[in-house]
Ligand binder design. Structure first.
Ligand SMILES: Nc1ncnc2c1ncn2[C@@H]1O[C@H](COP(=O)(O)O)[C@@H](OP(=O)(O)O)[C@H]1O
Ligand SMILES: [Mg+2]
Length: 260
């Protein structure tokens, strides 16, 4: 089998695992469910744990040699993680607050990280029946009720009305000051990794994340947006990287489809 076929197979398999996890989450979404609060006060439901179990089982069967870092099993020492050259980075439910509000804006995120860089990503939004997926050598795609569409960002000039996407549930005090550089902005609130995906599909021009996230919140959407042609950088223009430090928090970052 050539490399292209192999990567296709891998991407298809990861899409299938993410969709199976999304289906497991939807069974809970449609019922009344318990909400618990973790040490950092962030909510967790049975859906986070059910999706986690489906993903870990699927990825272990697919690539038994690769380690898995999931939000729901993140207690792995830096001493161990720093030796990883390649691993799966998973957020079983990104947008747990949106899941609890039942507004549909939550995703299942699976990314393959190689040497600190996301090279494959799947973002499944089961309540919306939308799946975004990308792999470096194959490109970026969206699947919805109409079929599969290729995603290709056409960068546009930084003038006139700029379509900004931002968090629905985690407001950022620094965002307003950042947006002052634009002539006019249209602000769209959105939960979860759907923000990165909106930039990837040309429905938003920029997603400035001037607030905290963890690496599992961004890895998969990062792959989709970057492979579609958007840029993702820290505020100073340096790359947003993974597994390069002991703690999981990301720095502030900008996802952009604007020309520099
Ligand atoms: N102060 C903070 N520290 C760490 N993560 C944060 C955070 N504020 C928001 N996040 C995380 O950002 C993710 C996406 O939020 P948003 O929809 O606002 O973009 C959420 O992930 P989870 O839902 O996986 O817990 C949330 O936990
Ligand atoms: Mg989560």
């Amino acid at each position: 089998m050539d490399k292209q076929m192999n990567q296709h197979h891998l991407l298809d398999q990861v899409v299938a695992i993410a969709k199976a996890a999304g289906e497991a989450a939807m069974i809970i979404y449609q019922k009344d469910f318990n909400i618990e609060y973790k040490g950092d006060d962030s909510p967790v439901t049975d859906a986070d744990l059910a999706a986690h179990a489906v993903i870990v089982k699927g990825l272990k069967a697919l690539t038994p040699h690769l380690p898995i870092l999931s939000e729901e099993s993140a207690d792995i020492s830096w001493e161990e993680r720093r030796t990883w050259e390649e691993y799966w980075l998973v957020d079983p439910i990104d947008g747990t607050k949106e899941f609890i509000k039942k507004n549909g804006e939550f995703t299942v995120n699976i990314a393959l990280i190689k040497q600190g860089k996301p090279v494959l990503g799947v973002v499944d939004a089961p309540a919306l029946n939308e799946t975004y997926f990308a792999e470096a050598s194959l490109g970026a795609f969206k699947q919805d009720s109409q079929g599969i569409h290729s995603l290709k960002v056409t960068k546009k000039a930084n003038k006139g009305l700029i379509r900004v996407v931002g968090s629905r549930s985690h407001p950022s005090p620094d965002l307003a000051a950042y947006l002052e550089q634009f002539e006019a902005v249209d602000m769209v609130p959105k939960g979860s990794s759907l923000k990165l995906c909106l930039v990837a599909e040309g429905k938003a021009d920029i997603y400035p994340r001037l607030g905290l996230t963890s690496e599992w919140d961004t890895g998969a959407g990062h792959a989709v947006a970057e492979i579609a042609g958007a840029s993702i950088t820290q505020i100073d223009g340096s790359p947003l990287t993974y597994n390069q430090k002991a703690q999981y928090l990301n720095p502030y970052f900008i996802v952009s489809a604007l020309l520099d």
